[in-house]
Write a protein of this length. Structure first.
Length: 136
């Protein structure tokens, strides 16, 4: 891939997403870490990510602001909510509230690569469809 996939990870407890961060690094995803929404907003403006990962507790507290950030950025990005366990209701709720998808452990390389790839394709398709969107 010519340009790296860029992500921002919003978390309130670093340890909760530590394993996932390692897998993203192994996959070559350029990841920037934010401790809360305000820091994430600054990182989105600075790094122009394709994806935002947000843990379940941050999503529950700030989903409206996170979705607004994703939709009012200079270009589009996708939100992946990271939950503690696979849960169909949480996944449905996350998607209904504006997330691209909901992911949960175990975070294997294959599973995370698939989720990132699908979200990246979606973002790039939507960016190319909008004349005002910035293209990498």
């Amino acid at each position: 891939m010519e340009n790296p996939i860029v992500a921002v990870m919003i978390q309130d407890e670093y340890e909760s997403l530590n394993h996932m961060a390692g897998v993203l690094s192994d996959l070559g995803i350029e990841t920037h870490y934010a401790n809360g929404f305000k820091e994430a907003s600054r990182l989105v403006k600075r790094h122009r990510p394709h994806l935002v990962f947000v843990n379940q507790s941050q999503w529950s507290d700030s989903f409206e602001e996170i979705v607004e950030l994703a939709n009012t950025a200079e270009y589009l990005l996708d939100i992946l909510v990271v939950g503690p366990i696979p849960q169909v209701d949480w996944r449905a709720s996350a998607i209904a509230h504006g997330a691209f998808n909901y992911v949960a452990p175990p975070f294997s390389h294959e599973k995370l690569a698939r989720e990132v790839h699908l979200a990246y394709i979606d973002v790039m398709d939507r960016r190319e469809a909008l004349p005002w969107a910035l293209h990498p």
